[in-house]
Design a protein around this ligand. Structure first.
Ligand code: IPD
Length: 277
């Protein structure tokens, strides 16, 4: 017999696929109206807003007592409230700058937390047709096939995702550059990649393409869905300082193994953030 969570997952998956068609159509058109939000580098398009409406309307019609945290609703002034109620955490397009520049590394992210525990994650790139899904305790999948993290334990063998988002304050830039030097020069990591979408960086760790990923200044909707996928693929998700992962803390360190996470955490220069919500 189907459980309540089976139903949540099926409904969310159907809506994500419809949202994917909307994103794909917009991506094929030559031009998007671009607006800025918190800063000149924080972009939003009509497609981000329409996708979030499609997802939240569809989910709240199916589950009227569920709560929502969404990137564009928060940008429009909705307070971020994280309670014990089933809460959908939505990023309609993660990688909006890529979307605006027609770089096909974008995804729709839908995560669900129940009693403040993340229970499922869906990350869908409708351009490359890569669908990542996971539910707690049930493994992580890409287009229906199981995925696993790499076995890398040392930075010198690791390909690391390291990225700067829309924020450009001095402490963040200092932390980024000195961490970059520690990883690339002092410890001779195999390389650094920045894919322009936090969730794509994270699912790349989940499928073993990257060995680790670190970023400061992001939001819960960038990481919630992909965190479930990464954990279910056998990966480690922690606070970059080495503490427990908190999706509201605005920072994340992902790694294929505990050893790699610990080594990286010890060499990073950490930037401070006030948690959101
Ligand atoms: C951004 C992307 C980007 C990351 C930023 C995020 P958005 O999300 O994930 O890769 O560097 O921190 O805010 O605005 O495209 O949904």
């Amino acid at each position: 017999m189907a459980s309540e969570e089976d139903k949540y997952f099926e409904v969310a998956l159907g809506l994500v696929k419809s949202a994917g068609r909307m994103v794909r159509d917009a991506f094929d058109r030559p031009f998007s109206e671009v607006q800025t939000k918190a800063s000149n580098t924080d972009l939003v398009t009509e497609t981000d807003q329409n996708v979030e409406i499609l997802l939240t309307r569809g989910l709240s019609d199916a589950f009227p007592d569920h709560q929502f945290i969404g990137e564009e609703s928060a940008a429009a002034g909705k307070k971020i409230e994280f309670t014990d109620a089933p809460t959908w955490i939505i990023d309609p397009i993660d990688g909006t700058t890529n979307f605006v520049h027609r770089i096909p590394m974008i995804c729709i992210c839908v995560g669900l937390a129940v009693k403040k525990e993340l229970r499922m994650g869906i990350v869908y790139n409708p351009i490359t047709n890569e669908l990542y899904t996971a539910r707690t305790g049930q493994g992580a999948f890409k287009n229906g096939f199981r995925i696993y993290v790499s076995k890398t334990e040392e930075v010198r063998h690791a390909l690391v995702g390291h990225q700067i988002g829309s924020q450009r304050h001095q402490e963040l830039i200092n932390s980024y550059t000195s961490s970059f030097i520690a990883m690339m020069v002092t410890n001779e990591a195999r390389g650094i990649r920045s894919f322009g979408s936090a969730a794509i960086n994270m699912v790349c760790v989940a499928q073993g393409s990257l060995d680790a990923y670190v970023e400061y200044g992001l939001h819960c909707w960038d990481v919630a869905a992909a965190a479930v996928i990464l954990k279910e693929a056998g990966g480690v998700v922690i606070d970059p300082t080495g503490g427990e992962f908190n999706m509201m803390s605005r920072k994340v360190l992902c790694a294929s193994t505990k050893e790699l996470a610990t080594q990286l955490s010890g060499m990073l220069t950490h930037a401070n953030y006030e948690p959101e919500g």
